[in-house]
Ligand binder design. Sequence first.
Ligand code: ZN
Length: 77
Amino acid sequence: MISQSGVQECVEGCLSFPNRFVKTIRPQKVTIQALNEYGEEIIVDGEDEMAKCFCHELEHLDGMIFLDKAIEELSAL
Ligand SMILES: [Zn+2]
């Protein structure tokens, strides 16, 4: 992640944990660096839901899961 700003409270789940949802605190806006399908470096901005998704997926690459960021467990939606 190159930069982040703002704060948002999120409802978050994960395809690896069906029917489990928690509240998390995430940045409202992030800028990430990645490789596209051609192996070229790209820089992408994400806000709101996309910022949450970028954070979630980047943490998977670092061996973390959304439950590590949970501030409150929610019942199944
Ligand atoms: Zn996930």
